[in-house]
Design a protein around this ligand. Structure first.
Ligand code: AMP
Length: 280
């Protein structure tokens, strides 16, 4: 598998692939790959001739007190895993390569980014949409695959691609979970063994809400019950648990169509998110 470190080399490679008539599939990641990321490679392969995986821990999407420094990294392991699933190219730029000077140009998707994670992580989605735009211009994909794990991010990217007429098909692949239901995340390795066990409350709460809604139980009571259950776990700090329309992320006045139940909570210094989609 080929590892490309510079923007110029990646752009030249992408251009050559396009000239050969190859369809480029793209999976952007922050690395420390797990089965969730690898499922995106599987999906990208179905729609392309060659899959490019990028590994870049993007500083502009981290707040000043977030885990940029402690984010887990292991590029050799990532490369081996990506290659084992048939990815053809790894784009692994440095921060200096991606942000050589001060970045003065930003991509901002408006309403979608003021709620859920956007409410507490100021500037996060501006960093995400900007780096994804940069990566799209570097990798020149025909199709890019994102995970439902970051449901708000997927909604933001779809809106950005539509609003800016990006000629890239955006696909969203389902959440891959551990055996006990915890959504896979690179951050899970930073959980203490006790918090790892406790974190299952997130998926359990979401599954409970989905089951209750499908049985016709009232949304308000289901949400309150789940919020109380998470807050009752010692050491867990609930940030939000909300039900919203998808992909518009509007508050729900009635339960109809596709709804998103989404949660964010901290266990120690590890912030986890999870969600379920409910079709009513
Ligand atoms: P990250 O490296 O965490 O920035 O994630 C890179 C991509 O992988 C994003 O599109 C995520 O939504 C996706 N992803 C992360 N975890 C999972 C998971 N458990 N299942 C499916 N996709 C995931």
């Amino acid at each position: 598998m080929e590892r490309i470190l510079t923007v110029r080399d990646m752009q030249a490679r992408a251009e050559a692939l396009r000239r050969e008539g190859k369809r480029i599939g793209f999976v952007p990641t922050m690395g420390y790959l797990h089965e969730g990321h690898l499922s995106l490679i599987d999906e990208a392969k179905k729609h392309s001739d060659i899959v490019v995986v990028s590994v870049f821990v993007n500083p502009t999407q981290f707040g000043p007190h977030e885990d940029l420094e402690s984010y887990p990294r292991d590029i050799d392991r990532d490369e081996a895993l990506a290659a084992s699933r048939g990815a053809g190219l790894m784009f692994y730029p440095s921060v200096k390569e991606m942000y050589p000077g001060t970045q003065q140009t930003w991509v901002q998707v408006e309403d979608l980014t003021g709620v859920l994670c956007g409410a507490s992580r100021e500037g996060h989605f501006r960093g995400v949409s900007t780096v994804v735009t940069k990566l799209f211009h570097i990798v020149k994909p025909h199709v890019a695959v994102f995970g439902q794990k970051d449901a708000q991010q997927a909604a933001v990217i779809m809106k950005m691609a539509a609003d800016l007429n990006m000629d890239i098909r955006i696909l969203v692949a389902p959440i891959v979970r551990e055996a006990d239901g915890l959504a896979m995340s690179s951050r899970n390795v930073r959980l203490t063994p006790e918090n790892r066990k406790k974190a299952v409350i997130l998926s359990q709460s979401l599954f409970g809400i989905r089951e209750g809604l499908l049985k016709g139980q009232p949304a308000g009571a289901l949400l309150e019950e789940a919020r109380a259950a998470i807050s009752a776990v010692p050491g867990a700090k609930l940030e939000y648990l909300e039900l919203r329309s998808y992909p518009a992320l509007e508050e729900l006045t009635e339960l109809r169509g596709t709804c998103l139940a989404a949660v964010a909570a901290r266990f120690g210094d590890v912030r986890l998110i999870d969600n379920v989609m409910i079709k009513i």
